[in-house]
Design a protein around this ligand. Sequence first.
Ligand code: SIN
Length: 273
Amino acid sequence: MPDSYRRIEVEPLTPGIGATVHGVDLGTPLEDDVVEEIHDAWMRHLVLFMRDQHMSSERHLAFGRRFGELHIHPAAPYAHNEPALMVIHTDKDSHRNNGSGWHSDVSADEEPPLGSILHLHEVPSQGGDTLFANMYAAYESLSEPMRAFLDGLTARHESDYAGYYGDHPPQRDFPRASHPVVRTHPVTGRKALYVNAGFTRRIEGLSRAEGAALLGFLFEHVKNPAFQCRFRWEPYSLAMWDNRCVQHMAVWDYFPNTRSGFRVTVKGDRPYH
Ligand code: SIN
């Protein structure tokens, strides 16, 4: 993957995760070589940010499709009669925000989303940041014996959205799946920790107490600020993260203010060791 780009400008936010991309207008169709450079930068920096993107929902969906087939969330509300256009909205009537704990999007799917592309139209004047954590770094910072132990393990992921989205009827059954605790990224070939507090319920083959202790340790481990970057939103900012090697959480510190936009999510493949 190149360090220099011909069509876009890439400004890293931290050495390990996150970069701002300049020189792209998502309001217009993108040429193939621009999409290729965005993809290269995405694989290198894990999460990309773009500011001042005045694009329609159609363009947002079209941008997502440049990276693969779109994913339909099992239960979240969607807009414009388009199930792939997930609504992310919090205001004075909200009782919770979406994604407030560390997670990888819908990891309970058999083939979890490879990436998510969030575009916010309205943001609070303070707060509402999103935190992202690098799961390659989380894996690589473990001791060699611990990495060897985790490498062979499989974990159970389960979702339960009952009541989570109010009266909105679910799109499909709530997914459940078993995935490797450490997955190999299909593009970069690097190993990433793939358990998250949002969906991972137990480690297969370990006793309940052993699995709970191990997951408790890993859920704390991934919170190390050294693995993270933090994004401060402005109206019409966009963030795109790679769910295969990133966990994220959305901070709800702006009640009763409004934070609103849409997420387009791209289908992934079945994780492997
Ligand atoms: C999510 O997709 O988990 C929500 C992220 C955010 O609202 O910042």
